[in-house]
Ligand binder design. Structure first.
Ligand code: KDG
Ligand code: MG
Length: 415
């Protein structure tokens, strides 16, 4: 079975997505997600100009060989654009292989290790009453694990806090900015102001209030979004220990793996990192030295199923679990791949689940299902994705940027 053609689909049903469609010579079609929020067209061009011309005539079943061919063969390894493009090819080939086998993809990855993948949703509010409403809504919808982000007194807008009605499992609206999604369709990125001391003062009181109101049972998570120095991160981890977090995410910027050693030595709050990592090499020291508890790499940004499986097998030796990134900028194709892989992985931990807008779901037709606080892939052969290409064509790409962060004195800071 040979690859006959590959087509890049760029569509924007509420937000931008890049999807690769691979078709074999006997007409089997597979899909892969290559969406890179705010830099989507770089991946689309990488695929169209450099990868698609290499695919025609290759053995559609030779997934590992194609992965190595694109990774080693490019000479210029790694990086988010390259690895998102490789992810799109890899995922599409797994989709094809599973369709040919007549099995849902998770069966080829070893079969189900559990009934469903525990997920966490995003509760947020500019203040405590708004946050509590959002938590209640998530609990009503069946979530058992919830990420908590709030406004900080004195700051106008803070990462992770919804500015419009929050998306819900029942049906996210078609708001131009849904839930906390911060990439805005505008000529220039929005600029936000950040104050680490104000944040560090405020966050522990939020978790105290949440535990006081909702008790000890719900799994609570928090994302510091790369903004702290090692010692600030250590302080935050320590101050949150009484509230028993499931994890504290991205406490320091990703480039410096040494930073996590400092944080780890000061706190027993579990640490998650890696949504901006893109290969097993980014985790080499963090996993071997047991400096983290959860791997955040999603299939979409880290080279596909083949590559994330590699990371997770390495992580398993050190009792490190998966916690794949799943904001709305991972498309339903990427989320479907994550749920198939997560269902099969022995060291699955949790899956992030931000509900896509109704328009997005109409374009991609995912068959995974949310129930009992978890996601389970559909039982049909392959990934369980049905792209409506005519509908996709009705939503042309619109440039969008993630915000830029500045300290109060104007210095650019990590966003
Ligand atoms: O595109 C940026 C988002 O993917 C990121 O801000 C989401 O940090 C994020 C998360 O944990 O979902
Ligand atoms: Mg994050």
């Amino acid at each position: 079975m040979l690859i006959e053609r590959a087509d890049v689909i760029v569509t924007s049903p509420g937000r931008n997505f890049v999807t690769l469609k691979i078709t074999t010579d006997d007409g089997v079609v597979g899909y892969g997600d290559g969406t890179l929020n705010g830099r989507e067209l770089a991946v689309a061009a990488y695929l169209t100009d450099h990868v698609v011309p290499l695919l025609a005539g290759r053995d559609a079943h030779a997934i590992e060989d194609t992965w190595q061919y694109l990774y080693r063969g490019a000479y210029w390894r790694r990086g988010p654009v390259t690895m998102a493009a490789i992810a799109a090819v890899d995922t599409a080939l797994w989709d094809i292989k599973a369709k040919v086998a007549g099995l849902p993809l998770y069966q080829l990855l070893g079969g189900a290790s559990r009934e469903r993948c525990l997920v966490y949703g995003h509760a947020s509010g500019k203040d405590i009453p708004e946050l509590f409403d959002s938590i209640r809504k998530h609990l009503d919808e069946g979530f058992r694990a919830i990420r908590i982000q709030t406004g900080v007194p004195g700051l106008d807008s803070v990462y992770g806090v919804a500015s419009s009605a929050a998306a819900s499992v029942g049906g996210a609206g078609s708001d131009s900015r849904y839930d906390y999604e911060p990439a805005r369709r505008s000529a220039l990125p929005a600029e936000e102001t950040w104050d680490t001391r104000a944040y560090l003062r405020h966050v522990p009181s939020v978790f105290e209030a949440v535990r006081g109101e909702f008790g000890e049972d719900i799994a609570l998570l928090h994302d510091a979004h790369h903004r702290l120095t090692p010692i600030q991160a250590a302080k935050l981890g320590k101050s949150l220990e009484p509230y028993d977090l499931f994890w504290l995410e991205d406490v320091t910027p990703a480039e410096n793996q040494e930073a996590l050693r400092w944080v780890r030595h000061h706190t027993t709050t579990p640490l998650a990192i890696g949504e901006v990592f893109n290969s097993v090499w980014d985790y080499q020291h963090l996993i071997r030295e047991q400096l983290i508890d959860y791997v955040r790499s999603p299939v979409t940004h880290a080279g596909g199923i083949t590559s994330v499986r590699r990371i997770m097998d390495y992580a398993a030796m050190y009792q490190v679990k998966s916690g794949m990134h799943g904001p709305t900028d991972v498309s339903p194709v990427g989320l479907a791949a994550a749920v198939h892989l997560g269902l099969a992985l022995h060291n699955f931990g949790i899956q992030e689940y931000m509900v896509h807008s109704e328009q997005t779901r109409e374009v991609f037709g995912p068959t995974y299902e949310f129930a009992g606080g978890g996601l389970r892939p559909g039982e049909e052969p392959g990934l369980g994705i049905h792209v409506d290409e005519e509908l996709a064509a009705q939503y042309p790409y619109e440039r969008a940027y993630l915000p830029v962060n500045r300290l109060r004195d104007g210095t650019v800071h990590d966003w």
